[in-house]
Design a protein around this ligand. Structure first.
Ligand SMILES: [Zn+2]
Length: 392
């Protein structure tokens, strides 16, 4: 019988210094013979890490499979709208913090990418013309920062820090506790004279717990441990800090300053690599572009967690962009699935059996993933454990 609907994936591992040496290996059976820091596993067609599908006679790039018949693979609507797989699915395992960053809105990415023109010198600010909204779904307790705190909280935190060189900035924010004031405050923090920065970081290192309590101190200490000279260590004072519990998810809007600090999670994003960095990094920071792309409207802490909707055996997370959809299926027997776009399924834990009316079947275990083309239409799924589903 020919294989038409279920294509098991072989995925690309990214070894970044902040990655965990054990999480992907122990939890998802990703082999790690050289004890590398395994930061991310990529499932998709992004040029920096294209998955391959297993065919009866060998491996083929997922990109080539899709290009051979875009309408059958992506569905007519997505083929017309996106022309390729519009999303990238990752497992991410962070031992230390990733850079504080922001992703541009689509229009800013288009403008910025075009404006770079043919400049070949230096590192470009934009890698493509796409936006990069993200969803993060925690597998283990997952520490992250997401969006600006409200000005009164920021003022309180910095007053408690009590650094002479910061008083002017705090006073200005008190006089303008709005987006404009926050923008001016952020620019000032990003350009602190070295001696003020040193004094502030030293005081945080010495007194974070006394000043801010256990939860906030845990973030500060974690950042200080790896980046003792980086302004980013101040970020927990002005960004929302959250520890997602397993099964909880957050959406990262374009324009929202954020950072992943520690833990293992599933991440889904539009297929883009546009990152403007703001701290916790040795890479360049372009403050002008960063400020242009950042929204200085505070994010309410209570609005961070997404509330999934349970219907037809699936918990669907409400995604406010059309590049991808995300749902989680737990312990389900013979669930009828309806596929209308290119899908990727990843087994989070346990086992999944897929059965197509054509007679094609596939069984997957923890850490394994499959590409399912739009042309699969109706099929049946049995899950023992849990699995996530990305489509559009
Ligand atoms: Zn990000």
């Amino acid at each position: 019988m020919s294989q038409c609907y279920f294509y098991p994936l072989t995925n690309v591992v990214k070894n970044y210094p902040w990655g965990s040496h054990s999480a992907l290996n122990q939890r998802f059976h990703v082999s790690n013979p050289d004890d590398q820091p395994q930061a991310e596993l990529w499932m998709g067609v992004h040029p920096a890490g294209i998955s391959r599908v297993t065919l009866e006679n060998g491996l083929l790039s997922l990109s080539d499979l899709i290009t051979a018949d875009k309408v059958a693979m992506l569905g007519a609507a997505a083929a017309k709208r996106f022309g390729d797989l519009p999303y990238l699915l990752k497992i991410l395992a962070a031992d230390s913090a990733l850079s504080i960053q922001v992703h541009p809105q689509k229009e800013q990415a288009e403008l910025g990418y075009a404006a770079q023109g043919d400049i070949l010198s230096g590192t470009p600010d934009y890698n493509d013309a796409n936006h990069k909204p993200e969803l993060v779904y925690a597998i283990t307790p997952f520490m992250a920062m997401n969006g600006f705190r409200e000005p009164h909280e920021i003022i309180g935190h910095f007053k408690r820090l009590d650094i002479g060189g910061l008083r002017g900035a705090i006073k200005a924010l008190e006089q303008h506790p709005d987006a404009e004031g926050l923008k001016a405050f952020f620019i000032e923090i990003m350009q602190l004279p070295d001696y003020v920065k040193k004094e502030a970081l030293q005081r945080l290192a010495d007194s974070a717990q006394k000043l801010y309590g256990d939860d906030l101190a845990r973030f500060i200490q974690k950042l200080y441990q790896h980046y003792p000279n980086d302004t980013g260590v101040l970020a927990p004072l002005f960004l929302n800090c959250v520890t997602l519990q397993p099964g909880e998810a957050m959406f990262l809007h374009p324009g929202t300053l954020h950072a992943y600090v520690q833990g293992t999670a599933i991440e889904v994003m539009a297929s883009s690599d546009n990152v403007l960095r703001a701290g916790l990094t040795g890479k360049k920071i372009n403050l002008t572009e960063l400020v242009t792309c950042t929204s200085f409207v505070p994010t309410l802490q209570q609005s961070l967690l997404m509330a999934p909707v349970l219907a037809n055996g699936q918990s669907s997370y409400p995604i406010p962009v059309d590049d991808f959809r995300f749902s989680v299926i737990k312990d389900a027997g013979n669930l009828l699935m309806h596929t209308q776009s290119a899908e990727i399924l990843l087994v989070i834990n346990g086992r999944a059996s897929l059965q197509h009316p054509s007679g094609e079947t596939l069984t997957l275990i923890t850490g394994q993933s499959v590409f399912i083309p739009a042309s699969a239409c109706d099929w049946a799924l049995t899950v023992t454990g849990s699995l996530c589903r990305v489509y559009c």
